[in-house]
Design a protein around this ligand. Structure first.
Ligand SMILES: C[S@@+](CC[C@H](N)C(=O)[O-])C[C@H]1O[C@@H](n2cnc3c(N)ncnc32)[C@H](O)[C@@H]1O
Ligand code: SF4
Length: 449
């Protein structure tokens, strides 16, 4: 049977599945787990083990229609300056709760657009974080950058406070695609941004691309890929466009009719993946590419790749502390998310105390399922022996068996290992969903392809 027909029969174009940047997915969180749980988790941390820190900046000067990120538009710095004071308050609350001497191994600023912050605010925020979490040896710090909302002064300030990696939003360079997603961005401005970053000593650069955008065609995508090759990023994230207008209202400005059909979308993803592999990038997980010497490729090769809210990472810190509106913290005990709406987050912090609004306390069974899903999402493989250390690991034996039977030809079983074949990889999220104990709330997710 033709491969595409087989993938279709196995649900590739119909399934709505989480991206599994966490398990359970954030849709399973609820308000019975909040600030009290967060305080317990924070107090139980061991200062000898560095944590990761994520800071969310939910502001943009432009609001791109395709974007599903938690952000809001602003033409002035007034709300940004106020938000910064609230972040500083949240940091103070954390400091008062955490054990003394906490260190951070990694920090990520995401959004929205962190580069909306002018240099003085960049310095203030970085300094305040470092007062709560001292940078550990080999500290790494990445920032999401909109090339149209950054300049040399901001880049220099970020480099001065320790940025080691920049993630640059590109999406697509085709003019009509950019117009249809409400985001214009010239190749010249993007190139100049990368040059400034390299001049400032930022040697690790990631580029975000999206396939499945309105009016995207193989020829236009080939052109975008050629331009991205010229920019020579170390990593590429190639996201499938998640069209979820009921969740992200501005996507209603994108007419459904302009979106590539499901098979066209599949071919666009395959085309881009083939082009990047052909240019020497290693494929990482379901949607990333990295140069062979990049730490992400090294982590993938050695089995240390992990998935978190930012996508794939080589971050080995077991704890993630999320700061700012909508940020999610991950502890050994479970997850805690801050209020999603910026106003609700600010209100909560102003009222004093910790920011946790909703969350989820992990059970041993969740940990087993999370480990299986992480194996599939990172290595395309379930290692049944490696899961055996979990209590009651046998409880998911029927799932292993069903996968081998239901996805025959797309997965192979060899001893204790169940591996997704290269042809079956587009089904990875669908296969992972078999281990998801919350899959009945799947209707709200984006398509699997
Ligand atoms: C916070 S934004 C990037 C940083 C910066 N604000 C910019 O626009 O350049 C993070 C990335 O999420 C991806 N993204 C946003 N909305 C998406 C959607 N609906 N589907 C797929 N990817 C999306 C884009 O690739 C985007 O670059
Ligand atoms: S893509 Fe970036 S700039 Fe555009 S709305 Fe999303 S976060 Fe803001």
């Amino acid at each position: 049977m033709e491969q595409l027909t087989q993938l279709r029969l196995l649900g590739l174009f119909d399934a709505r599945v989480p991206r599994y940047t966490s398990y359970p997915p954030a849709t399973a969180f609820d308000q019975s787990t909040g600030a009290v749980f967060q305080a317990d988790c924070l107090q139980s941390l061991d200062p000898a083990t560095p944590v990761s820190v994520y800071i969310h900046i939910p502001f943009c000067e432009r609001l791109c229609w395709f974007c599903a990120c938690r952000t809001q538009g602003t033409t002035t710095l007034k709300p940004v300056a106020h938000y910064l004071t609230v972040l500083l308050q949240e940091l103070n609350h954390l400091k008062a709760t955490l054990p003394v001497g906490m260190q951070m191994g990694q920090m990520h600023w995401g959004g929205g657009t962190p580069t909306i912050l002018p240099p003085d605010m960049i310095r203030t925020l970085a300094q305040a974080v470092k007062e709560v979490f001292a940078p550990a040896d080999n500290f790494r710090f990445s920032v999401e950058i909109d090339p149209t909302l950054v300049d040399d002064a901001k880049i220099d300030a970020l480099a001065e406070v320790g940025m080691t990696r920049a993630s640059i939003g590109i999406q697509d360079f085709a003019k009509d695609v950019q117009e249809a997603i409400g985001r214009t961005q010239s190749f010249a401005a993007t190139k100049s941004c990368l040059e400034s970053l390299r001049r400032a000593g930022i040697s690790s650069l990631n580029a975000d691309l999206v396939y499945g955008l309105p009016f995207q065609t193989p020829a236009k995508l080939a052109n975008t890929i050629a331009k991205v090759r010229q920019l020579d990023p170390d990593r590429i994230a190639l996201f499938g466009y998640a069209h979820v207008p009921t969740f992200s209202k501005r996507q209603k400005l994108i007419p459904d009719a302009a979106l590539p059909g499901e098979e066209d979308r599949y071919h666009l993803a395959q085309q881009a993946a083939q082009a990047f592999r052909g240019s020497g990038y290693q494929a990482i997980g379901i949607d990333h590419f990295a140069k062979p010497g990049d730490s992400l490729s090294i982590a993938a090769k050695s089995g240390h790749l992990r998935r978190n809210f930012q996508g794939y990472t080589d971050d080995s810190c077991p704890t993630l502390i999320g700061i700012g509106a909508s940020s999610i913290s991950q502890f050994a005990q479970g997850y805690v998310q801050n209020a999603s709406a910026t106003a609700a987050y600010i209100e909560r912090i102003d009222a004093g105390g910790l920011s946790g609004h909703r969350g989820y306390a992990m059970t041993p069974e969740d940990r087993l399922r999370a480990a299986a899903i992480n194996m599939l999402m990172c290595n395309f493989e379930i290692d049944i022996d490696a899961l055996a250390s979990h209590p009651n690991a046998a409880s998911i034996t029927t799932i292993h068996d069903a996968i081998v039977e239901d996805f025959a030809g797309m997965v192979t079983r060899n001893g204790s290992k169940i591996t997704i074949t290269p042809q079956g990889r587009p089904l990875t999220r669908i296969i992972a969903q078999r281990y998801d104990g919350f899959s009945d709330i799947a209707a709200q997710y984006s398509q699997a392809s």
